[in-house]
Design a protein around this ligand. Structure first.
Ligand code: HSE
Length: 404
């Protein structure tokens, strides 16, 4: 079977490596040999053995009937979307690791694939090498999924782990993460939570069967988390993680990306460094957790090539995916309930009394010098915001949601 690869960056190189390295076992599993016929890239790669495969015009690929699967590893919405649409419409399966593309156009591209009896596969777009898309689509289909909560971004998990272990500040560890090549070109996508937001939008859409618009998901990153917050977390027996979650409660669905204080006994608490983990709850299976390397050349390429094998095995048939174009209205973020850990600047002795008057019974936390710290009762976000406003004469040093 002939395939074409779009983009020879880190993931693209990984795909070439995996296909060469595991040629025989891949051939056995796919039922035929898988061969890269073209690589689309703007560079020439002179002197590199793969340079003979490089083309610069996508038309060559899409018009070649021998090419049955197109693999995209370029990233970004365009031209990936145009290439995906054109490939599927021409009866070629399309495999991608591109979460921006999938989060925005997943439902539509799945529909195009269905109409053309080919497949649009994107296992590598969430959790890198961790199998999560296929389990949601094919293994957990007897269940009604009511929650998915995960650590979906390796860079921020690495930063938070280092801050905790070394007592370092955010900016310091971010530089280290960039030097190690973990952070995306633009670190904002990672540290502001946008990357995790797209990933949870994809997982929620698959879990609930309708389109969750990633722009509707309230998203907070980790840029405001300080080493003092880490200190408090440790003293309370908690750890801070950037969690992405979607939950079905009664008839509504809410989703969120935010830093959370979770107890050390929580299954996601020991997921450290660049590792990702996804915790799924279903009404029949109970709880399942998926853990592994959420980024990196070979783990991501492993998921991409597994999709190529799946596409080869399902030639001529569409693997049904439960994600239609109908948009889900997410629950109003103000109506979602949360419990907060709050640090206030203690500029008056009366602070404890004031907090009690405004917030009711709170759990006091042993504070750092010059601070008053407490954990609120669980209530809606809007009520919490209103109460915080009423103590605005005390400066808020930080507020982080806490899972009790
Ligand atoms: N920047 C992403 C991460 C890469 O850190 O998890 C994988 O999507």
């Amino acid at each position: 079977m002939k395939i074409a690869l779009l983009g020879l960056g880190t993931v693209g190189r990984g795909v070439v490596e995996v296909i060469n390295e595991n040629k025989e076992s891949i051939a056995k599993r796919a039922g035929q040999e898988v061969e890269i016929k073209y690589i689309l890239d703007i560079r020439d790669f002179e002197g590199d053995p793969i340079s003979t495969l490089v083309v610069k015009d996508f038309e060559i690929i899409v018009s070649d009937e021998e090419v049955e699967i197109v693999v995209e590893a370029m990233g970004g919405v365009e031209p990936a979307y145009t290439f995906a649409k054109a490939s599927l419409s021409k009866g070629k399966s399309f495999v991608t690791s591109n979460k921006e593309l999938v989060a925005l156009h997943g439902a539509e591209l799945l529909e195009t694939a269905r109409k053309n009896k080919v497949n649009f596969l994107f296992e590598a777009s969430v959790g890198g090498g961790i199998p999560i898309i296929r389990p949601l689509n094919q293994s957990l289909t007897a269940d009604e999924i009511y929650e998915i909560t995960g650590i979906l971004n390796g860079t921020t998990n690495f930063i938070l782990t280092q801050m905790k272990e070394k007592g370092s500040a955010f900016e310091e560890v971010l530089k280290e993460a960039q030097a190690l090549g973990y952070a995306e070109k633009n670190p904002e996508a990672d540290v502001e939570g946008h990357d995790a937001c797209r990933k949870i939008a994809i997982l929620s859409s698959l879990a609930f069967g309708e389109h969750v618009n990633y722009q509707d998901i309230p998203t907070e990153g980790i840029t405001k988390v300080t080493k003092e917050d880490m200190f408090y977390a440790e003293s309370m027996g908690y750890v801070i993680k950037l969690l992405a979650t979607c939950q079905k409660q009664d008839d509504s669905i809410f989703a969120r990306v935010s830093p959370m204080l979770i107890p050390l006994t929580h299954p996601l608490a020991m997921v450290n460094d660049v590792f990702n983990a996804i915790f799924v709850k279903g009404n029949v299976i109970g709880e399942v957790m998926f853990y592994g390397r959420g980024a990196g050349k070979l783990p991501t390429a492993s998921a991409v090539v597994a999709d190529v094998v799946d596409a080869a095995k399902h030639k001529g048939t569409n693997i049904i995916s439960f994600w239609n174009r109908e948009k889900i209205e997410l629950k109003d973020k103000g109506q979602v309930k949360a419990t907060y850990f709050v640090r206030l600047e203690k500029n008056a002795e009366s602070i404890a009394q004031r907090v009690k008057e405004v917030f009711g019974e709170v759990e006091e936390v042993k504070p750092l010098e010059g601070e008053y710290a407490f954990i609120t009762q669980t209530e809606t976000e809007i009520h919490f915001a209103q109460r915080l406003e009423r103590v605005s004469d005390f400066k808020v040093i930080s507020k982080i949601r806490i899972e009790k």
